[in-house]
Design a protein around this ligand. Structure first.
Ligand SMILES: Cc1ncc(COP(=O)(O)O)c(C=O)c1O
Ligand SMILES: N[C@@H](CCCC[NH3+])C(=O)O
Length: 422
């Protein structure tokens, strides 16, 4: 059960008492419920039942190899955006033939690494990238399978910083340009253009933008089919939103989303690919942190946590809401706090004016919705070591990343003792 499903804050996640865990591991750390991830994956797989469909988890959402290993065991492939993510996915046991490679700036080295690994499909985002893939595949004497990422010019009605499917966004190519790629496919004999791809944005809570995008991609596929082009996969990206604020955010029912796929692509005879990231992991994760101190400011009370913006960037970056639970006696009186971290930035604020049970130093605090774009976006800012990650499963736990040590934090740095003439 995810934290936001619970009517009253509980410290039990996937059968593990986070109070006990926090007593043995030092806070802050991320805890992920394997059961909740499994339930999300299997629910989506059930909704897709009867379709030739494949889930490729967007590794950027949570790139911990323990989580990727869990995905592999559930028959989920990977959507990668870098050679580093390729490396992680392979280390975690995801087959190269289950990997698609997206991203607007794949380097020559990254393309070569993905070709050598034998990934399934390149999602190409520019004519230059098509030419580069052609050159590298030609040099290796192989033919790469590729999809054109089309930009369907749809407003995903999400935060501007995570909207990707408008004409003004850097992602994909417009359908006119994509038409030209297919017309000239013979000029790139080492690239088999046999797929379409679209991803319009993230944390999408309305079905209409998906309907528009899928209809545009489906119409383009029919046009290509009439022109004699064989498309064996249509990849509709990720984007399904989740509930960050209990009682407020209303995520799309995956059955409704899949009903759109079934309707718009009823005569498609290839494979449908989805690249969910957030939907599979966000609500399965919590950031476990403690109150360092309660500070009484001028007209405001600050709850200073031992977690900070370097550990979970989303509030600072997008003003994102995350539910915050104080592990406390339900009878504690309520109080209004600004919940902040120790980093030296005013933006290091998890929540403003949040009404919570009255807290004292040492209280345990759980920040919900932290399984996606949490640890994977964390940094060493203020020289704070990267925090630990723990996978929970039916009363057991496994540390899937140890907290970074100070020595590890500076391992690649050195004093300037050896100078080279430039
Ligand atoms: C190409 C691509 N696929 C999938 C995703 C995953 O998105 P989400 O986490 O919203 O499902 C992203 C990130 O937005 C992306 O850029
Ligand atoms: N990092 C973003 C999502 C970006 C999606 C990646 N294309 C978030 O935390 O919401």
């Amino acid at each position: 059960m995810t934290m936001s499903d619970q009517p009253t804050p509980s410290a039990i996640l996937d059968g593990v008492d986070l109070r006990a865990l926090a007593a043995s591991l030092s806070t802050p750390f991320y805890a992920y419920s394997a059961g909740a991830i499994r339930a999300r994956v299997q629910g989506l797989q059930r909704a897709l039942d009867g379709l030739d469909a494949r889930l490729c988890f967007a590794v950027k959402a949570n790139s911990n190899i323990g989580v990727l290993h869990l995905m592999a065991g559930l028959g989920v492939g990977a959507d990668i955006v870098s050679a580093g993510e390729l490396w992680r996915a392979r280390q975690a046991g995801i087959a190269a033939s289950d990997i698609v490679f997206s991203g607007v700036g794949k380097s020559a080295d990254e393309i070569a690494a993905a070709l050598d690994a034998g990934i399934w499909k390149f999602n190409l985002e520019s004519a230059d990238e098509l030419a580069l893939l052609q050159d590298i595949a030609y040099g290796r004497g192989v033919v790469a399978s590729a999809a054109v990422r089309v930009n369907p010019d749809v407003d995903a009605r999400t935060h501007a910083k995570i909207s990707t499917g408008r004409a003004e966004n850097k992602f994909g190519v417009d359908i006119d340009e994509a038409r030209g790629w297919f017309a000239n496919a013979g000029r790139s004999p080492n690239v088999r253009l046999d797929g379409l791809h679209a991803h319009i944005g993230s944390q999408i809570l309305e079905l209409a933008p998906f309907e528009q995008a899928i209809a545009r991609v489906a119409a383009f596929w029919r046009e290509l089919r009439e022109a004699g082009h064989r498309i064996d996969s249509i990849d509709l990206g990720g984007g399904l939103g989740v509930c960050y604020r209990a009682g407020h955010d209303r995520p799309i029912d995956p059955d409704d989303y899949v009903a759109v796929l079934r309707r718009e692509l009823h005569d498609f005879d290839g494979r449908i690919v989805l690249e969910p990231g957030r939907y599979l992991v966000a609500e399965a994760g919590v950031l476990v942190t403690r109150v360092l101190r309660v500070k009484h400011g001028r007209g405001r009370d600050f709850l200073v946590l031992d977690a900070a913006m370097n550990d979970l960037q989303r509030p600072a970056l997008y003003d994102a809401w995350h539910d915050i639970h104080v592990v406390q006696d339900a009878s504690a009186p309520l109080q209004c706090y600004d919940v902040v971290g120790p980093v030296c930035e005013t933006g290091d604020t998890f929540a403003r004016d949040r009404v919570l049970p009255r807290c004292a130093a040492g209280d345990l605090v759980l920040i919900g919705g932290a399984g996606a774009y949490g640890a994977s976006m964390s940094s060493n800012y203020n020289s704070r070591p990267l925090l630990a990650e723990v996978l929970l499963d039916a009363g057991r736990y496994a540390v899937v990343r140890r907290r970074q040590s100070f020595a590890q934090m500076i391992a690649n740095e050195q004093l300037p003792t050896a100078w080279s003439e430039a």
